[in-house]
Every structure is written in structure tokens, then in C-alpha cells.
Design a protein around this ligand. Structure first.
Ligand SMILES: C[S@@+](CC[C@H](N)C(=O)[O-])C[C@H]1O[C@@H](n2cnc3c(N)ncnc32)[C@H](O)[C@@H]1O
Length: 326
């Protein structure tokens, strides 16, 4: 990314649209340059969230069982390309891209074709057939009810779904609502460490939401172009909040072991202890980790809560007495 060559008139207009809800009035990509500037900047940040999700899946040995990808609401196509890079383009036969903007469809197809020359890449035409791996990224808050219904129709026909959204309260809660409708036909591969009802829907948890933080790749925070971009755009590049859902048609290939917990959001550190919101089959609960119980983990969580899965031993006051990474 070269900050000198960025067109700020384009980037400011796009960002104002994303933040101000102008995206609801229809396709907003005006030119190939819009998509190119978005792809180099905001989409690249979204790519860091995909990196976090895909790293977790690779670490857990999860692989898609299908050879076709549909990137729906593709924009410049960053999500589909990330998925191809992580799992390997040779593991797929085709990438289809869909966006209600024809410019976006063209751009995403062209970029993917350039990067993965041997892959069949084409705009999506819905023939009613099963959808392989459905990839969805940062579209929820732009969809009117009929477009959301269309997307959920594709979800129902998908073999697996990788869905990443911004990590704010409203969008995360929307994704949870969607999750609840899908548990009978899909295994929830992530983020949930269980297949039951979402514990954040329990009374008393209304203020919480399911979100995580992705770090940028090493070097970005010292890269003068990215630093200038962050200042000019008013975005904090240190960690990108995201919400996500990974689904696989039942039966799933790699169910999680029992009694596994995941930290929601970030640990909060105080003198001598940290407080975490832990999600597990029994529900979502606030737990305390005393520094003296596990100093290493206490320090790790200060920097990074992103290691996804733990098995806690705890006392009856909600204090963690031992922790094992799963
Ligand atoms: C914020 S952009 C995200 C683009 C890309 N998925 C990414 O993660 O960078 C949202 C995308 O959704 C597309 N979109 C919005 N409403 C849509 C609809 N009803 N049908 C298809 N695409 C839609 C927009 O054109 C835009 O490309």
C-alpha cells in the first residue's frame, strides 16, 4: 500500500457511506478506481480479520469439503482471495463472485483471475444448485430484508459458510440471531465452543456481544504508509474487531472436544487479576484469573486474548485455578 498514490476523495466518500448508512440506497461503487483504492486499504484491513479466522481453522485442521467457492457481496473480492490463499487454490475448482454492483463483480473476478490463474473464476449465476463454500464478508448492515432473505437462501444451500462481519454490538447480535436459526442443519465450527443456544441471549447478557480482535500482520504498525493511512482515515490499526461464524452442513468433520471455553472480546486486567467473559456449553460467565494462578497466561492475555480455546479448572467462586490451551 502506497499512501502517496491514494485518492482520498474516493476513500473519504466510501467511508462516509459505510459509516453514514448511504450504502443502503443501492450500489455505490462508481469506478474501477473506487474498488482498487478500497482493495488496497479498507479491504486489506478486513483481510487481517480473515487471516485471524482462517489461522484458527487451519490450526484446528478444519478444511472445506467442497471444491467451489461463492463470495457473496464480494466488493473487491478480498474474502474469496484470502480463503483461496489459506487453503490453497489447488484445493478448489472454481470461484464465483456476486455483488449487486456489476463493477464489483468484474473487479473481484479480474483480481482473482490474476492471482489464481488456473482457477475457473466467474460471476455467480444462481441456477438453484447447491452452493459449495459460501464466503460472506461485511455485508450485513447493508442488506434490506429481501436481500438478507436471498443470502439466507444461499446459506441453506451451502455445504459450509465462512462469514466475517465488523465486531460491533448491533452486527454481532444480528449474526447471533442468524446462528440460532441454523443450528439444526449446520454444525457450528466457530466461534462457538458448543452447539447449544447462544449464551449471550440469556437474560442479563444483553450488553455483551460476540466479538474478537485481529492484529495486523507484523510490520504494519511500523510501516509509514499504513501509519499515515491510519491517521488520515481515523482508524486504529492495532486491532480490528470482528464477529464471525463458521458453519458446516451436518455432520461436521471435526467436532470440538467437550468442556471447551472461548474468551469473548478481551480480558480486562486489574491489579493482580484479570476478568474474562468465557463462553462454553453451560453459558457465558464472567471468570477471574488471579495472576498468581497462572502468571504466563495472565501476561499473554494482556497482550492478546486471541488464542481461541481453553479448558478451565475453576473454583465455585468463578476463579480459574488452572488453564489448558486446547
Ligand atoms: C462493505 S462492502 C464489503 C465488500 C467485501 N465483501 C469485503 O469484505 O471487503 C459490502 C458489499 O456488499 C455489497 N452489497 C450490498 N448490498 C448488496 C446486495 N443486496 N446484494 C449483493 N451485494 C450487496 C456492496 O456492493 C459491497 O460490495
Amino acid at each position: 500500500m502506497n499512501c502517496e498514490t491514494l485518492d482520498w476523495a474516493i476513500l473519504d466518500r466510501l467511508r462516509a457511506g459505510f459509516l453514514g448508512g448511504a450504502t443502503a440506497i443501492g450500489p455505490y461503487w462508481q469506478s474501477h478506481a473506487d474498488l482498487a483504492h478500497y482493495d488496497a486499504t479498507y479491504a486489506e484491513r478486513i483481510g487481517w480479520k480473515w487471516d485471524a479466522v482462517l489461522h484458527e481453522l487451519i490450526r484446528r485442521h478444519w478444511r472445506p469439503r467442497t471444491r467451489s467457492i461463492l463470495d457473496w457481496g464480494c466488493g473487491s473480492g478480498v474474502a474469496g482471495r484470502r480463503v483461496l490463499s489459506f487453503f490453497g487454490a489447488d484445493k478448489f475448482d472454481s470461484l464465483h463472485v456476486w455483488d449487486h454492483s456489476p463493477l464489483a463483480r468484474e473487479f473481484a473476478a479480474e483480481r482473482a483471475h490474476t492471482e489464481f490463474a488456473t482457477l475457473a473464476v466467474a460471476p455467480f449465476a444462481d441456477t438453484g444448485q447447491p452452493v459449495g463454500l459460501l464466503v460472506v464478508s461485511h455485508v450485513l448492515n447493508e442488506l434490506p430484508p429481501e436481500a438478507l432473505a436471498q443470502l439466507l437462501g444461499l446459506v441453506a444451500r451451502a455445504e459450509a459458510v465462512l462469514w466475517v462481519e465488523p465486531g460491533n454490538h448491533a452486527v454481532s447480535r444480528q449474526l447471533i440471531t442468524i446462528r440460532e436459526t441454523l443450528t439444526s442443519s449446520f454444525t457450528i465450527v466457530a466461534p462457538c465452543p458448543h452447539q447449544g443456544a447462544c449464551g449471550l441471549l440469556a437474560a442479563g447478557n444483553e450488553r455483551h456481544w460476540c466479538h474478537f480482535f485481529a492484529a495486523p500482520p507484523p510490520g504494519v504498525q511500523n510501516d509509514s504508509d499504513w501509519v499515515r493511512f491510519g491517521h488520515r482515515a481515523g482508524v486504529d490499526l492495532r486491532s480490528q474487531a470482528y464477529a464471525y461464524l463458521v458453519l458446516e452442513k451436518k455432520p461436521a468433520s471435526t467436532p470440538l472436544p467437550d468442556n471447551v471455553s472461548r474468551i469473548v472480546g478481551r480480558a480486562e486486567h486489574f491489579k493482580g487479576f484479570a476478568r474474562i467473559l468465557s463462553c462454553e456449553a453451560a453459558g457465558v460467565s464472567s471468570l477471574e484469573l488471579q495472576k498468581r494462578a497462572d502468571t504466563d497466561l495472565f501476561n499473554i492475555l494482556k497482550k492478546d486474548s486471541s488464542y481461541p480455546l481453553y479448558r478451565w479448572t475453576r473454583d465455585d467462586r468463578g476463579r480459574i485455578t488452572a488453564a489448558e490451551q486446547v
